[in-house]
Design a protein around this ligand. Structure first.
Ligand code: COI
Length: 355
């Protein structure tokens, strides 16, 4: 039997931010969804509760051994004023894959999605409708048991918070500069790179700092074994258009299977544009540029949407892609995906789900 989701009202609602100054992940709505896990009780006490600071035991296991996972999704306001989600069942499934990898108890995917819909219904006024904006949804789970031995915890908390957001990188479709990292690695096969653990992002910070210092927006990660094959960009998957064909690294157990990545591949197939998922070396990318065949490079992710790459630096070589302009295909994919997400274009794939 499904549990009832209770509602705990807050005394005062917050002022909403100005849509033009949203940025990414800076503002949070009035309420959050909360649920707890205890070995004896399973997942229990689902509730929509005021967004507020938490109290945790200093020995809560998450602080010590890092059992923490998250998801990223978005809700969009459509022209008729309704709100919709984009392929949310894929995020629920990946959330459980992350749970599995970190020995966190499985969640009921359908029930959590229902909880998210109820939360968004409560927070409908927080879904922005300015150009390039959406309500970013961040479900996450962490271990709360007070204990210092190393083993899977017996207690967890699941939260879903909402953040009205605009572009992840300053301006949505301006090409970004990316730097190919060779000293550090993001993930190894057999590790946790294929799921969304908080630790993946902590491990990326040192290299990101180097990238920031060089004026780069992000890092392009290579495989950990040979330092040769392209993996992903950390906040997005990567695509190359080479001589009319699109190539993206094949999922290999250390790359995150992005929902936007999958949607781009489906869209390209639907348009009959050749698309291949395969191992591609950074050497081949630079060689394609030398031959004049590297037409476009773009990233794809929930937060980033479609982000054109205008400059790529590897060792001491820098290449400029498509004159540092967004390519036609990147623009078409962006228009189609955001058109479907915002309910402005037909959705032949049945990707959108009304709240
Ligand atoms: C997302 O695209 O939703 C992500 O989780 C990437 C994030 C680190 C901003």
């Amino acid at each position: 039997m499904k549990q009832e989701i209770s509602f705990i009202p807050r005394e005062e609602l917050k002022a909403k931010p100005d849509t033009a100054s949203l940025g990414f992940g800076k503002y949070f709505s009035d309420y959050m969804f909360e649920m707890d896990y205890h070995n004896d009780l399973g997942w229990h006490n689902p509730r929509i509760t005021p967004y507020e600071p938490l109290t945790l035991d200093p020995s809560a296991m998450v602080f010590h051994y890092g059992q923490a996972i998250f998801e990223g999704m978005k809700a969009y306001k459509t022209p008729d004023g309704s709100v919709q989600l984009f392929r949310p069942e894929k995020n629920m499934k990946r959330f459980n894959e992350s749970c599995d990898r970190l020995c966190i108890p499985q969640i009921d995917e359908e029930f959590l999605l229902e909880g998210i819909k109820q939360l968004i219904t409560t927070e409908k006024e927080w879904v922005p409708d300015g150009e390039g904006t959406s309500l970013y949804i961040r479900p996450f789970i962490f271990s709360t048991e007070a204990y210092l031995g190393v083993r899977p915890a017996n207690q967890y908390k699941l939260l879903v918070i909402l953040s009205p957001s605009g572009a992840y990188y300053g301006s949505q479709l301006s090409p970004v500069k990316i730097y190919v990292e060779e000293q550090y690695v993001r993930a190894v096969i057999g590790g946790v790179g294929h799921v969304k653990t908080a630790g993946n992002y902590a491990a990326s910070l040192k290299a990101q700092k180097k990238a920031d210092a060089g004026g780069y927006a992000q890092i392009l990660w290579l495989d950990a074994k040979e330092n040769k094959y392209v993996e992903e960009v950390g906040s997005m998957n990567i695509f190359f258009k080479i001589n009319g064909e699109v190539v993206t690294p094949k999922l290999n157990g250390s790359i995150l299977p992005g929902v936007t990545r999958d949607s781009v591949i489906e869209l390209l197939k639907y348009w009959n544009i050749p698309v291949r998922e395969e191992r591609i070396s950074i050497e081949e990318v630079f060689a394609a540029h030398k031959r004049g065949e590297l037409e476009e490079v773009f990233g794809a992710g929930t937060a980033a949407v479609i982000s054109p790459v205008g400059e790529l630096t590897w060792k001491d070589q820098s290449i400029t892609i498509n004159d540092n302009q967004i390519g036609q295909l990147s623009q078409d994919i962006y228009n189609e995906l955001t058109g479907i997400q915002l309910g402005k274009k037909e959705d032949p794939f049945n990707w959108t789900v009304k709240v």
